[in-house]
Design a protein around this ligand. Structure first.
Ligand SMILES: [Mg+2]
Length: 168
């Protein structure tokens, strides 16, 4: 079975914006992310992004705009992300099992890639990320100095989280 680090996107890989990051001029990769991704990949972790993108169902941006950001992200990270799952729905428009803290994105990834949750991690900056990870039996790290999801660990950024995971 495979070990995996699940990654939230906004606020973990790229700078978060109140009104969404959906164009390349607003898609800013955070400090230390390139190194963190390389360290985790070199240690044998599958890297899977699980991201809520309700701006799509709100009509603020399109899937094509999001895809352009993801193409850029993959190029910047040397294609080290193995898969990107996104939930385009908003609670006002649809009851979604995918949107975090729902777990369907995780369940699909675990089934497809034969992931062992007991060897795997979720890294996110919001409590909904941590709630979803805990429901799946993943170890959890909350970034940005908040611990309102009751995570296993709190770290400042993705590089610190990667070092935590790789700690002997
Ligand atoms: Mg986030």
């Amino acid at each position: 079975m495979t070990k995996c680090v699940f990654l939230d996107r906004d606020g973990v890989i790229n700078k978060d914006f109140e009104d969404y990051a959906y164009s390349l001029d607003r898609f800013i990769i955070l400090d230390g992310v390139r190194e963190a991704v390389r360290l985790l990949k070199d240690d044998g972790y599958l890297l899977i992004v699980v991201t809520n993108q309700a701006g799509i169902s709100k009509g603020i941006y399109t899937r094509f705009q999001m895809q352009a950001c993801h193409d850029y992200m993959q190029a910047e990270l040397e294609n080290r992300i193995d898969r990107i799952y996104y939930a385009p729905w908003h609670p006002a428009h649809s009851e979604s099992l995918s949107r975090k803290p729902g777990t369907l994105m995780f369940e699909r990834a675990i089934a497809r890639f034969d992931i062992d949750p007991s060897l795997s991690w979720m890294i996110g900056d919001r409590k909904t990320d941590i709630f979803a990870g805990r429901k799946m039996g993943l170890k959890t790290i909350q970034l940005g100095g908040k611990a309102d999801g009751n995570p296993d660990f709190v770290e400042v950024d993705l590089l610190a989280a990667a070092n935590r995971i790789l700690e002997p």
